[in-house]
Design a protein around this ligand. Structure first.
Ligand code: AMP
Length: 198
């Protein structure tokens, strides 16, 4: 199963991706996590990405496309993967298409978590508070000021992907404002239907 989770920051993509990992035994490929790991490790990519990420803007397509292309060739991706936070631009969406085509594999479905923007800032603040309470590092971009920029980037560059995948007949929407368990159940229904349609 190869699927993409779409939705603005704070929509619950990471939480739902984790559940899909547990249920289906395929890895979550979060470009945000990969970039944060690169920043932490002080790699060349990390050095280039850090300021952009801290400002809530998008890292260059070239960088993220290269990271993902390398990652999907690893053995644990052979049975499938969940793309979380990628693609985020039309250029990236075209890159995914080429990557899959070159490897002779297809995309099963794209699931958009539809959420109410007004609830998102609250979720981000809660995520930061929860991390702090658990003694974990708080993401530098999980604060209301940077969040506004992340949301702007989403509408400018990522939201057009819903039209892109709708036109390809791949887009499924899920109510991301429902409870976490209800969202998981809706996603599971989409995944089961996509597997059957193969
Ligand atoms: P996330 O954890 O998905 O919210 O991503 C955190 C930050 O990493 C984003 O605000 C971007 O700066 C960067 N990032 C993650 N994924 C991408 C992507 N696919 N394209 C460009 N930048 C990304």
């Amino acid at each position: 199963m190869r699927l993409i989770l779409l939705g603005p920051p704070g929509a619950g993509k990471g939480t739902q991706a984790q559940r899909l990992v547990e249920k289906h035994g395929i890895p979550q490929l979060s470009t945000g996590d990969m970039l944060r790991a690169a920043v932490q490790a002080g790699t060349e990519v990390g050095k280039r990405a850090k300021a952009v990420m801290d400002a809530g803007e998008l890292v260059s397509d070239t960088i993220v496309n290269a990271i993902v292309a390398e990652r999907i060739d690893q053995a644990d991706c052979a049975r499938g993967f969940i793309l979380d936070g990628y693609p985020r631009t039309l250029v990236q969406a075209d890159a995914v298409e080429s990557m899959l085509l070159e490897r002779g594999i297809g995309l099963d479905t794209v699931i958009e978590l539809v959420v109410d923007d007004r609830a998102l800032v609250g979720r981000i603040v809660k995520r930061a508070d929860d991390a702090k309470a658990a003694g974990q590092p708080v993401r530098k971009d999980d604060n209301p000021a940077v969040f506004e920029e992340r949301l702007r980037e989403y509408y400018k560059k990522t939201a057009p992907l819903t039209g892109y995948y709708y036109a390809k007949g791949k887009l499924k929407t899920v109510d991301g404002m429902a409870s976490i368990d209800a969202v998981t159940a809706e996603i599971e229904a989409v995944v089961v239907a996509a597997a059957k349609a193969r």
